[in-house]
Design a protein around this ligand. Sequence first.
Ligand code: NAD
Ligand code: IPM
Ligand code: MN
Length: 370
Amino acid sequence: MTSDPFRLLCLPGDGIGPEVTQAALAVLEAVAPALDRPIDITHELAGGACYEVHGVFLRNETAQQAHEVDAILFGAEGGVGWDNLDIPGGPTARSSLSRLRKELDLFANIRPVRSWPLAIAQTPFRPEVVAEADLLVVRENTSGIYFGEPRGIFDREGEARAIDTQSYTRAEIDRCAHMAFALADKRKGKVTSADKANVMESGVLWRERLEAVHKEYWAHVTLEHLYADACLFDLVCHPGRFDVIVADNLFGDLISDCAAAISGSLGLLPSASLGPLKADGRRAALFEPVHGSAPDIAGRGIANPIAAILSVAMMLQLSFQRSDLAAKIENSVERVLSGTRITPDLGGDASTLDVADNIVADIDGWMSTL
Ligand code: NAD
Ligand code: IPM
Ligand code: MN
């Protein structure tokens, strides 16, 4: 083992964030002996938990650490009392996640979605419709209507007007397009781009740039365009026909939660947010479940930890280049999902820690043979 540790910043956040993060770290600890570097983990507050102590959703010191580490593991943020605070400074002041995404330039949010045989019964869909689902949502993560200016609620006393601005530059679209094509090229070779080019100027440019990048660099990958509304319709009717779906920040957010229904639970969807390639060949990387802080079940120890655990698997794949370990963890998850000890979102009565213990026990089994 080299003496150069992998630096991980762990931000458990709010609600079920700390519960699922604890489970994810147990999995990381279980596979750590197979890695060639020790892992140095720092824990910090983020989101509402940070606001209560420090009056901000992310401390500057933590943002600085985020720049310096090799990866970030994020739990979830938000909750009643924090979501709608009228704090000046826009989205980066109101959300630790938005600040991290923007400041680290984590432009590509990759959200894999698959069907799990034993979770199919928990979906509202017929098995033959969802069984073939295996897709990636690539969501643009640092621009669009989340960050565009002007924004705000103006003339609150008179004729109040709320403004959000959807804005995209050519470069912002191009880098997201490249990411989607590169990922599709290693999978089934098909990109579906979702936009509203029929009503939005940003959609027109989005579609033009997808076409241009495709023609110049990725002509061997299939590209199709769908209007975002039709894309969501097709996603629930024929999920098996998708490979990589690329969409702007807002549409990508909606598409991924909808895709979670195909999977069986929001508690099953992991994600990776990546920055541009740096000179040393690395990218800033943040791994987190797609779901939020789930205030309705927080504190009860019943959150499904699998999204967070699979986010660790994505870290192993993308930050440690250990796709082998990521695949083995996914297999362990699949075996545990086939048992009866699953969390209530999937129809069971197991706790977060029960599921984590079972996955770790399965991992311990194959780790001892490596
Ligand atoms: P949510 O994802 O927190 O919950 C939606 C539903 O899914 C709830 O019924 C919840 O119980 C369930 N759910 C989510 N994760 C689950 C899990 N792991 N196991 C079992 N059930 C799970 O979305 P929401 O209720 O709209 O938002 C709650 C808060 O989270 C808000 O403050 C919102 O802004 C925030 N949020 C944060 C993130 C993030 O940190 N990445 C993502 C989405 C929402
Ligand atoms: C997500 C969440 C976030 C988003 C919120 C919490 C800012 O819904 O990560 O999907 O809308 O991007
Ligand atoms: Mn979301």
